[in-house]
Design a protein around this ligand. Structure first.
Ligand code: ZN
Length: 87
């Protein structure tokens, strides 16, 4: 499953769940040798703490995409962190 940061430009290794941010996304992946499996598959992507501050993982046309975070809809944990004054 997840072994490193989803940011291709980052080489941080996945070690701890509490560091960084884990994304659970539905992607359209069908393996050629599993024709009867559903088209949509749950995949996990992890961003290290540094990347999670500025990036997010989204699904675009069935594929995972790392992009800059949108400021109009901050994730819940981001709001909590801001409320505590940390970060
Ligand atoms: Zn990273």
């Amino acid at each position: 499953m997840v072994s490193k940061c989803a940011n291709p430009a980052c080489s941080a290794s996945f070690r701890y769940l509490h560091a960084g941010r884990l994304f659970e996304l539905e992607t359209d992946v069908r393996h050629p040798d599993a024709l009867d499996s559903p088209l949509q598959t749950i995949e996990y992507f992890w961003l290290c703490e540094d990347c999670a501050r500025t990036l997010e993982v989204v699904v675009y046309r069935g594929k995972a995409l790392v992009r800059p975070r949108t400021s109009d809809a901050p994730p819940e944990d981001f709001r909590k962190r801001r409320a505590r004054g940390a970060g």
